[in-house]
Design a protein around this ligand. Structure first.
Ligand SMILES: [Zn+2]
Length: 147
């Protein structure tokens, strides 16, 4: 049976392609493992308050090195998205949604992620979403679902 293009079902984390997990470095480990406690975290400059992502040891705004990871609300808005309908390899399900989510705490703080727990047809630009995590090996992937 050809599943492509139906789009009728609810997308779940298990239907996402997970053959390319992020490379964990000392700088980004906190980000990819924050989901172990269920809380999204970003590096934040302690001098000016700017959130720094991808993780850097120095603030790009004020050049301070007082950068530490802090929890955020996990709330965001879908800025743009695309529906992938291609089954790239055996065992993957399609379609699924790749989205850029703007994080509430700061304009320009964005994640490229997947939208799950809704149907393809329900995803809209401007939709309010909340983070949840999929545990894969030693990383917790931040995904988003409708609030
Ligand atoms: Zn700063």
């Amino acid at each position: 049976m050809n599943q492509r293009g139906t789009g009728a079902g609810v997308i779940s984390a298990g239907s996402m392609p997970r053959n390319h997990l992020p490379e964990i470095t000392p700088e980004n480990a906190f980000f990819w493992r924050a989901g172990a406690t269920g809380t999204l975290r970003f590096n934040r400059c302690q001098a000016c308050g700017h959130f720094v992502h991808p993780p850097l040891p120095i603030c790009p705004v004020c050049k301070s090195r007082e950068v530490r990871d802090e929890p955020v609300s996990g709330m965001g808005t879908v800025l743009t998205f695309t529906v992938n309908r291609q089954v790239w390899e055996e065992g993957l399900e399609a379609p699924y949604v790749i989205a850029i989510v703007g994080i509430d705490e700061q304009p320009g703080l964005r994640l490229t992620t997947n939208i799950i727990n809704c149907t393809i047809e329900e995803v809209r630009i401007g939709m309010r979403v909340r983070v949840l995590f999929e545990h894969c090996e030693d990383v917790w992937l931040p995904l988003f679902a409708p609030e």
